[in-house]
Design a protein around this ligand. Structure first.
Ligand SMILES: C[S@@+](CC[C@H](N)C(=O)[O-])C[C@H]1O[C@@H](n2cnc3c(N)ncnc32)[C@H](O)[C@@H]1O
Length: 279
């Protein structure tokens, strides 16, 4: 269908609606990106009037299916295994051993980690590999890595666990051999890595569901909140604070900081790395 062209006014209306539903802020610089994706959905549905499509999203989408279709198109899913290596090193070599020591002392064998905004699964699987490498006996712990995302298509790929070279190119060679099965030119994550990870569909703006998340030792929410504005960032981080155990750590992306959002977390310097913990 030719000729669907969103005006700036239409764009603003959609951007506002998407922001309220997902926390993701599309400013005018993203006009082309967002408009093209909205137009694609409209074409697929045979709708020519943008306002009619918006109306459908708002009032004719009871089970949220169409919003989900649009969300799957507009999220940025860029990710790869062992992203931000120095931060993962701080997690593996300082935060994790410190926490495990405390747990062993009190006889607590639970370890709960949350990868919030896990995209296609590279982040939670990386965490799982790190646990296999760092824990003397993984099976003596009750481990759950909860991996959540708003994008259902990304979650489907995550559950499949089959990757291209560009996803695994930062994985140390010995880990490729140990934790992946190479099938032709694809890399399939092994079941032992998979079994520690539980995937779940979750919108970080769904505060009712967020409120139920408790008892985490580590929360990774890396390169997700950059797409949010300050107000929604703060709301999500406040929930993370509640979801985190005392002595637990939160990890954000390298370009993200808690500085302007909250001072609830304590900043610690471990082995030259800045980390945030709940006291
Ligand atoms: C750039 S990826 C980051 C993946 C991984 N954490 C990393 O750092 O490599 C951002 C992910 O955040 C997800 N996301 C965006 N808004 C979200 C929301 N409101 N709730 C849950 N996930 C969201 C996107 O679907 C996307 O998969």
């Amino acid at each position: 269908m030719e000729g669907i062209n969103l005006t700036l006014e239409d764009f603003e209306k959609f951007a506002d609606f998407i922001y309220r539903k997902t926390g993701i802020r599309f400013d005018q610089k993203k006009f082309y990106f967002l408009s093209k994706r909205i137009e694609k959905r409209m074409q697929e549905l045979g709708i020519t009037d943008p306002i009619a499509y918006l109306r459908r999203l708002k009032f004719g989408d009871k089970n949220g299916e169409e919003l989900q279709n649009l969300v799957d198109l507009i999220t940025i899913n860029e990710t790869y295994f062992f992203r931000d290596f120095p931060q993962l090193q701080a997690f593996a070599e300082y935060c994790l051993p410190e926490l495990l020591k405390k747990k062993i002392k009190i006889g607590d064998d639970n370890l709960k980690i949350w990868s919030a905004g896990c995209s296609t699964g590279e982040e939670p699987y990386t965490i799982s590999i790190i646990l296999y490498e760092m824990l003397e006996d993984v099976n003596s712990w009750s481990i759950e890595i909860l991996a959540t995302d708003i994008d259902k298509e990304a979650l489907r790929k995550a559950q499949e666990g089959i990757y291209e070279w560009r996803s695994v190119k930062h994985v140390p060679t010995e880990y490729i051999k140990k934790y992946f099965k190479i099938i032709k030119d694809k890399y399939k994550i092994k079941d032992e890595v998979k079994k520690l990870v539980k995937f779940e569909h979750l919108n970080l703006m769904d505060f009712l569901s967020l409120r139920k998340k408790r008892g985490f030792d580590f929360i990774f929410c890396r390169n997700v909140l950059i797409y949010f504005d300050e107000i929604s960032r703060k709301k999500v981080v406040d929930h993370f604070y509640i979801a985190l155990n005392k002595g637990g750590y939160i990890f954000l992306g390298s370009s993200e900081s808690l500085a302007r959002i909250t001072n609830a977390f304590k900043i610690k310097k471990l082995g030259g790395h800045i980390v945030y913990t709940k006291e």
